[in-house]
Write a new protein. Sequence first.
Length: 767
Amino acid sequence: MKSNFITEIIDRDIASGKHETVITRFPPEPNGYLHIGHAKSICLNFGLARDYGNEHGDAGDNTLKFARCHLRFDDTNPVKEDPEFVESIQADVKWLGFDWDGHLYHASDYFERMYALAQKLIREKKAYVCSLTPEQIRETRGTVTEPGTPSPFRDRPVDESLTLLEQMRQGKFDVGEHVVRLNIDMANANMKMRDPLIYRIKNVAHDRTGDAWNIYPLYDYAHCLSDSFENITHSICTLEFENNRELYDWILEACDEPRPRPKQYEFARLFLNYTVMSKRKLLQLVEEGIVDGWDDPRMPTIAGLRRRGYTPESIRTFADRVGIAKNNSVVDVSLLEWAIRQDLEPTVGRGLAVIDPLEVVIDNWPTGETFWRDVPVYPQDNTRNETRKLPFSGRLFIEKADFAMKPPKRFHRLAPGREVRLRNGFFIKFVSVERDEAGNPARIHCTYDPDTLGGSAPDGRKVKGTLHWVSADHAVPAEFRLYDRLFSHEAPGSEDRDFKDDLNPNSLKIMKGWVEPALKDIATGAHVQLERLGYFYTDPSDHTAETLVFNRTVALKDAWANTTKQAPKKGSRAKARKAEAAAKKREDVVLSDVAAALKSAHGLSNNEARLLTDTADLHVFFDQCLGHGGSPRGVAKWIVNELLRVTKDTPISELQITPPAIGQLVALLESSTITQTAAKTIFEVLLSDGGDPKSIVEAKGLAQQRDESALETALGEILRANPDETARYRAGEKKLFGFFIGQAMRATRGQADAKLVRSILMRILDG
């Protein structure tokens, strides 16, 4: 682990003799699946225990007896907790490469001890039973500038409070009828210290303690006491608990917990752009059927990342690169993608697949013959000599995108008059095209040059394009799940929007294609790089020997390296600090004068301003987009998030799409004339053929559907077509709402106003 302010604190504590042990803890609440933010905390707390030693004494410092990390479940709210979450959390910690070595605890282990201490606090008039309603407690707490009002029950006789406490435990009162509060200071500037609650009535059974309790401690009370009972030395929390630290210390002092007492330290939470990290929002995505469960590969949960194909090593690398800081910042999701590429590139085997096939017939290939060639499985590692059998025949599949009758500039793939190289194959040259009834290319005819096997021609002629392919006569069918960001906005739900309005309609594309025969027997849960397509992982749930299912983990393009110019390298502490600073680039980046001026003029983010001024051509292109109806911020986002992502290395000046078209497209989107889905369709047409966005909208009928009457009729038909789902929803299965949203958007080809659809559906279903 890199040096950081927490390791510096621990080093001082060891050197001064304050602690002879280092004991940390990871204390999740079992009310959901862990996400990538929790992974950072896991790597920190368990990583400290790993780095400072273990219980066997190998600490690297003879003044330190041992170091360890506890896994403790904060199971103080049985209403929201589930054994499924407990099991998933343990599995995630182990998958990340850590172990609690027998030190597994629950806050519920200490319920009796906590209760006894609550009685002690009441006897010493440091706590009391309050009978104000929850609303009254909130009203009397005061504000940041005004002190709170003491509860009329603050001076309740000790015996009366003790009797009420016991009756609360026995279940003799309703929820909210009484609470236990600490007697601290209603005028304290820190509102956490204004007689906080430490027990509330729940009247529900607990998974581990059964019906023994009808009251449960609150986090602030249970957490610090659990730390003390377990002799935690360094209690590491995220920054939102900074104001809780004063209460943490007060409770331990009031309870007279033995010294040395644990100390709380706060570090910055992990925030990723294009991602939500709130458990409440993640639960909403699951319950409404917007995603396929907690392990949906688009989710930022550890289970979702695992199913997508992320490795424990990549997540640990990511956490290390982000670093431990004292100030919150937003980390670019591209850093996470860089980490998995770094892990997979040296070790993963290669294969060929075509996900959107177009048939190619080799006219001069010997009829009925197949040429088999041994090609390397690991061409990136010349120490590994493993090969695979690759067949070549007279019929091939290539990607539809690798052929164009009217190729744009810098299109180096197959086209009339063009010759290209086939990866691990021959040169082929275009002859003719067969079209389907709609006029689209259905089959390409080519010739091959038998003297070009190995990638070069004897006469020295050169070709610019290299295509991937599979032999059609030997290809194995497969399903490819192409995952993209779940949200299309870098800050979902910002600016008072519903976060679900920022969902990316193209976050999952399912393609039916083919793989080379060497991949027929690929195992479930295996990685492979499908050349030119990305790194893929065979789905651990759906992949079988009969049905091949590949999840794309990440594309091959290293957007993070292109953004930062070079990946941070390990080295000295000075270099480590530089790497940590780089991880906060979104907030702390130093802009050039030109970028700073652009940011100031148009209200852009640091990242947008920096990317738009990366080259003079791009800066000019952005300026030329303005004045055509789209807002500067909207245009900037479209260029950064969409245009740069798909154009890759093509110079901006050689694109078919023009600056006025970008401005008009953004204007149509911002005026709600079209939906995000329609905008993507128009964008693809503009990229390939150019043109005018308004004309494309009219020609393809892509205007957003806002006719409330027509939508209501269409939605009514959907409900009638799905009577079972409608009945289940009305019976209380509310997560089916996402199912109806999906049906509605599919029925309207993604062109309906999503907010209007949601409003009408709620009226029909709940009316």
